[in-house]
Ligand binder design. Structure first.
Ligand code: PRP
Length: 202
């Protein structure tokens, strides 16, 4: 293979490497800070998960990241397989002392890393809200009174609990996705298809 591959740094990384290895792609990455590495003829790009769909849309052949970031970024990529890891959910949470439901959110300020998905969700319910866009640790926002609620990823629920927040509504289920650049899917069809078939067997 000589593909360019965007891989997500952070919590999806271990499962991604394990999964690729089981499909016969054992990428021996250097553990330095080199973000673009040549491995067995492939170009591996170590990306922020939320940038993986953007890289794949703009020319990287394949990538793995969560469905949350693809939906938020709205990148135009081909998704041949949903993967069996990275399962979590995008949810609305509020401080535990607040006894409210999402229907009561008119005029609320919501902190999130997902401004598009959050706006769309509340627009659909006809509830007007304000958004504070943050780049991580959004659980802090209600505790320092810069937001009334948050929209964030929940996996085990431990982060919410540790920050005195409770989940009141799920917006969407999330899992890792295998993404393919639309042009690569056409011009390198056989190679990519062979890889997809191997991945499906894992
Ligand atoms: C994610 C998410 C929550 C946490 C949820 O953060 O934003 O903070 O994981 O997981 P839990 O329900 O198992 O506690 P991550 O650690 O990926 O970093 P981030 O805050 O930079 O998004």
């Amino acid at each position: 293979m000589d593909l360019s591959i965007a891989l997500p740094k952070g919590r999806l990384m271990d499962n991604t490497m394990k999964y690729l290895k089981e499909a016969g792609i054992d990428l021996d990455l250097k553990k330095n800070r080199e973000l673009v590495q040549s491995v067995d003829g492939n170009k591996v790009v170590l990306s922020k998960p939320s940038d993986v769909p953007v890289y794949v849309e703009h020319g990287i052949d394949i990538g793995i990241a969560g469905s949350d970031v693809l939906e938020e970024r709205k990148s135009d990529v081909f998704v041949p397989i949903e993967l069996d890891f990275g399962r979590c959910r995008l949810s609305v949470a509020v401080p535990e002392e607040k006894d409210v439901s999402v229907e009561d959110f008119e005029g609320y300020t919501i902190a999130t890393e997902y401004p598009n998905l959050t706006s769309e969700y509340f627009e659909e319910m006809n509830i007007s809200i304000k958004i504070v866009g943050l780049d991580g640790s959004v659980e802090v926002a209600p505790r320092i009174s810069i937001a009334d609620a948050i929209v964030d990823i929940v996996e085990t629920g431990r982060t919410l609990k540790a920050n005195d927040l409770v989940e009141i509504e799920k917006i969407m289920d999330v899992s890792a996705l295998f993404m393919v650049n639309r042009i690569s899917q056409k011009v390198r069809f056989e190679e990519i298809n062979e890889l997809v078939e191997k991945l499906k067997e894992v």
